[in-house]
Design a protein around this ligand. Sequence first.
Ligand SMILES: Cc1ncc(Cc2csc(CCOP(=O)(O)OP(=O)(O)O)c2C)c(N)n1
Ligand SMILES: [Mg+2]
Length: 568
Amino acid sequence: SAIEAEVELTDGFHLVIDALKLNGIETIYGVPGIPITDLGRMAQAEGIRVISFRHEQNAGNAAAIAGFLTKKPGICLTVSAPGFLNGLTALANATTNCFPMILISGSSEREIVDLQQGDYEEMDQLAIAKPLCKAAFRVLHAEDIGIGVARAIRAAVSGRPGGVYLDLPAKLFSQVVDAEKGAKSLVKVIDAAPDQLPAPSAVERALEVLKSAKKPLIILGKGAAYAQADETIREFIETSGIPFLPMSMAKGLLPDTHPLSAGAARSTVLKDSDVVLLVGARLNWLLSHGKGKTWGDAPKKFIQVDIEPKEMDSNVEIVAPLVGDIGSVVSALLDGVKAGWTAPSDAWIGEIKARKEVNIAKMSQRLLKNSTPMDFHSALGALKQVIKERPDAILVNEGANTLDLARGVIDMYQPRKRLDVGTWGVMGIGMGFAVGAAVETGKPVLAVEGDSAFGFSGMEVETICRYELPVCIVVFNNNGIYRGLDTDPTGRDPGTTVFVKGSRYDKMMEAFGGVGYNATTPDELKRFVDEAMNSGRPTLINAVIDPAAGSESGNIGSLNPQSVVKKK
Ligand SMILES: Cc1ncc(Cc2csc(CCOP(=O)(O)OP(=O)(O)O)c2C)c(N)n1
Ligand SMILES: [Mg+2]
């Protein structure tokens, strides 16, 4: 009878929930629908926080950034086929950025999919996910749910973190299992991301190379931010006196205003350094693959710290590979420095300081301009001040000019406070990251969005209102992608990169009960953001930016192919 069933039996639904709770999972980000609507309801009833989105890509991005911020896999839950595919972009982006997340999707029955008999939302999801993520598993029997969830968790966070796909066919959920047997089938993952210590010989080799440097440089990547070895990293930099250059999401590991920060002298230190220590930073396109004019002509030696051995020599020769987790490796390097070290010469530190002063002075001039309509710099000058006054606020940032200029203008003061487009430069992470960051940290979020970038996930303003999250969105409304000036030479349609003139994104937030402002000056912008931060209410500020400001593709316009053929 139903009473007996409560006492003796469990089922797939409950085993999935018990397995997640047993492993400390507290939040699920997703979009309901067949076959997982009830799973979400039951998880919520069992105390897991379930955040329902308007599009699975945004739920996936929230799960991904939750993983980056907590080092526990963020969980995204979707329906089969189209819902799974919508989550896949976020899963692939998480894998590219080494953020630990698990995409759990309901799926069709194997026997129908394998015979291609046309099930509701039929798709061979496991096969499709495999090439795009770090690991992918499917569970067919309820007794295997414990192992399946454990494998997914360990795969997501161990070694180089990444995205994992977990395929749960609809029939699995209603499979009934003896309650005691079910409980015994659950697995609590032990030491999911074990320290990986570097070989003492590798540490020795790296220290020798570092000691040979006249102009050493440390580059901190988002892997260094993810490691949460903040004090060890700070102590290593301050004890060695080596200047550091933070990549975008590593900003704030040490304050951008730190005397050893070389952020404002990036071109100089990349060109003139003779030994470069990469910490959780890959020599990919963001660092010009370690070669070419960015790096100057002088010979360079690269030392690389990465948990993934295959990363070594990916672009240029690594003379001192340091394979291990960043905390263990930097701690070993710190011991070596403490045992005997000569700080870099005053000449090198002085060269960087002089260059920084020139660049910061140039920038300050541009920030002070009180133009109307605002341009990027005058608007960003106001937001720079906000973060300086509120260093524990989380800054989410995407766009082209809105992204590239904000990266250099807005100083960060604490680790893991700047969340942006990462390795791919993908648009659309904004609202997912804003929700994930607000839910996981409870901190106020300032999302600085290009108007095009915002459009990719803008419907989630309703989600932000529904959960009453402390998110302040500033849309840099320059009326288009990169600028707002393009026209259709035929005169038939608008240009391909422009938007409706005079648009008011703030009205979208008001539509769902949030607060909307229209800012036309830096002073207004600062005042409205302060009001939002003080109230903690969901807010959207439409910041009117000169459509003629900015450049095509921001700082990376050179990546665009150029047509050499002039049509007659
Ligand atoms: C999923 C995806 N689709 C398209 C693109 C290509 C792109 C890069 S930047 C950008 C938007 C730039 O306009 P925005 O208004 O946001 O910024 P601003 O320069 O300040 O005007 C696009 C469409 C990327 N990167 N990802
Ligand atoms: Mg724009």
